[in-house]
Design a protein around this ligand. Structure first.
Ligand SMILES: [Ca+2]
Ligand SMILES: [Ca+2]
Ligand SMILES: [Ca+2]
Ligand SMILES: [Ca+2]
Length: 212
């Protein structure tokens, strides 16, 4: 009887050690999410988190002039005015704070732009610091992906973390006021690296991520 009790205690102690070890040391596994048929393996953190700047072109007014509508996961699948209009040749700069965009090492798409309504293309550039920009081509409008590995050798560096995405509406003029130009619902990174604590800094009020 005594031996049996000892065995039970030993088993209990072992299982407690196992449970405690798992919960303390391991990051939780990301839960993939799917939007518009595209799977984001790192889950909800994959999407842009903050607006750096918004310079709309002509033909945009409320409620289509709110750049925060381009943040986080896509939510305008039913045309519920949850996208920001850029206006003709307008510019929107977004940033990732709890994740970053990196190359995938293959020709799979790495960055997705969710644009709604009439197809309106944008020029896309990415940056590590929000100042030096690397052109990664134009997207076609609607939900479209970009392979940034294709730009290795013309600015993109494999494995480097890109925190900033700049979208510039491209002519020709298609839709008019109040939602002229490309309508951006969301921007997501497939090959996304989770971030730890971001250090704040910079006199312009823009939080500058620690470049690693
Ligand atoms: Ca994010
Ligand atoms: Ca890629
Ligand atoms: Ca559109
Ligand atoms: Ca949105």
């Amino acid at each position: 009887m005594k031996k049996m009790n000892q065995t039970l205690w030993l088993l209990l102690a072992l299982s407690l050690t196992f449970v405690t070890g798992c919960s303390e040391d391991d990051d939780p596994e990301p839960i993939p999410v799917e939007y518009g048929g595209i799977t984001f393996p790192q889950g909800e953190i994959s999407f842009a988190d903050a607006v750096v700047s918004y310079t709309p072109g002509p033909g945009v007014s409320s409620p289509y002039d709110d750049p925060t509508l381009a943040l986080e996961a896509p939510d305008d699948t039913e045309y519920t005015d949850n996208a920001v209009a850029l206006g003709d040749e307008g510019v929107l700069v977004l940033r990732f704070t709890d994740n970053s965009l990196i190359t995938s090492g293959d020709s799979e798409y790495d960055l997705w732009i969710f644009e709604i309504g009439d197809l309106e293309p944008t020029d896309v550039a990415i940056s590590t610091d929000g100042t030096g920009w690397i052109e990664v081509g134009a997207n076609s409008g609607a939900t479209s992906g970009i392979d940034i590995d294709a730009y290795i050798g013309s600015g993109v560096v494999a494995g480097k973390k890109y925190y900033f995405v700049k979208l510039t509406d491209l002519l020709p003029h298609q839709t008019g006021s109040p939602y002229a130009g490309a309508d951006i619902d969301a921007v997501g990174a497939i090959t996304t690296v989770p971030e730890g604590i971001i250090t704040a800094g910079g006199s312009d009020g823009v939080t500058t991520p620690a470049i690693k």
